[in-house]
Structure formats: C-alpha cells, structure tokens
Ligand binder design. Sequence first.
Ligand SMILES: CC(=O)[C@@H](O)[C@H](O)COP(=O)(O)O
Ligand SMILES: NCC(=O)COP(=O)(O)O
Length: 237
Amino acid sequence: MAILSVNINKIATLRNSRGGNVPDLLKVAMDLERFGAQGITIHPRPDERHIKYQDARDLKKIVTTELNIEGNPIDSFIALVDEVKPAQVTLVPDAPDAITSNAGWDTIKHADYLKEIVAHFKNQGIRTSIFVDPVEAMITGAAATGVDRIELYTEDYARQYTDNKEKAIAPYIKAAHKATELDLGINAGHDLSLENIQYFNEKLTDLKEVSIGHALIAESLYLGLENVVNMYKHRLS
Ligand SMILES: CC(=O)[C@@H](O)[C@H](O)COP(=O)(O)O
Ligand SMILES: NCC(=O)COP(=O)(O)O
C-alpha cells in the first residue's frame, strides 16, 4: 500500500501572504498526521517564498511520521538537510525561479554529481530519492547513482488523465517495471489529485509513496467551505 505524504508548501504560502502565523504550519502538520497522513513533505526553495529553512528545523521536532525534504541540492539545501536529518531527501532539479517543479533529472548527464550527493546523504542515514520523468533510461541512470528510490514526476499523467487515462499511465507502468527490476523503490508526485490518484495507485502496484500538496489543499477548501460559511452564519444569527 502506498503511503500518503502531504506537501504543506501551500499552507506556508498562505501564511506568508500576511506575514503572521495563520495558518500555523506546525499545527497543520500535526493535524494532518492526526487525520492519517503518513508523511509530511516540504520543498523549501532558495527564496523561501513558502517553506522557510526555519520551518524545516521546527517541523523536524514535531513530525512523528516521515519528514520528506525536496529540493535542488545547492549548498544551502545540503547544509539544511544535513542539520535536519529528515527520513527522506528527494533531489529535484528545479531552477530557483521555477514556479513549480517542471522536469525530472537527466540522470545520465548528471550521473557523477548525483552519485556524489546521494552518497553524501546516504552516509548520514537519510533515505534518498531522485525526481525523474517516466523514461526507462532515466530510471537506469538513477539506479547507477546508488539512490534508494525514484520519485516519478506525474504532471504528464495528471494532464492527460481526463482525455485518455490508459495512454496517460502507459509510460509510468513501463518506468515502474524498470525501477522494480533495478530494485529501486517507487514514489510519485506532482498534480496528483482525488480525481486521478486511485487509477494511478491501481496500475502501479509497487508504489511506495505519493506526495500531494496543491490539489489536496485546494480540495480541502472546496470540501470545507460549506461548513465554515455555515459556522459564520450561525455566529451572526
Ligand atoms: C517535486 C514536486 O513535484 C513539487 O510538486 C513540489 O514539491 C511542489 O513545489 P511547489 O509547492 O513549490 O509547487
Ligand atoms: N513531490 C510532489 C509533491 O510534493 C506535491 O506536488 P503537488 O501535489 O503540489 O503538485
């Protein structure tokens, strides 16, 4: 069974928009675990526009499930992960100005670099994962770095799902078979949602973990708005 790691970047974005501590990121993380989340994912970016480096330190103290830190392993990110020692670090090749993650690693071109970073984190007892497109050559390249897992970048799947789900899932099934053959654990994430997650999970039987943020927070708003509007109306009556 795949575990659900909730990405709380969007909670930090909302908090930062007012400069205070509402919503309280640490409380949200604790509540998510209480509601059944099996992991908490954060993706601190160099400009700290959502998750701040201090959030990672604070979360480490309260997260009782698995803390997964994602990001491009620039020097400050490596130092942060070394200090926080999360359960898992996921290497993502995103540019500092990227709106969100938009590609997996070229694990062949960056083989030596990735090998070095993976070895560094593994030596500290941190599980490692590399964010990749569902392309067999990239999975083979990932395995050569010594990494524990891959995270399949699921934006293409999510985009194509409504038009043709069989076509959307096909490259992911092939990629997952290759990963299993090479003894790599399989994570997945990006734009997964209540609409598309079940089919993905059914078709990728070796899936270990999904990290979901954007859709899950948006869906929580939709599903919670009626309740909250009624609570305000009640107080105003
Ligand atoms: C690695 C990945 O796929 C991302 O979805 C990411 O972790 C989300 O980051 P943002 O919240 O900054 O879009
Ligand atoms: N690793 C993917 C992730 O953490 C969440 O991505 P998204 O659901 O915000 O697109």
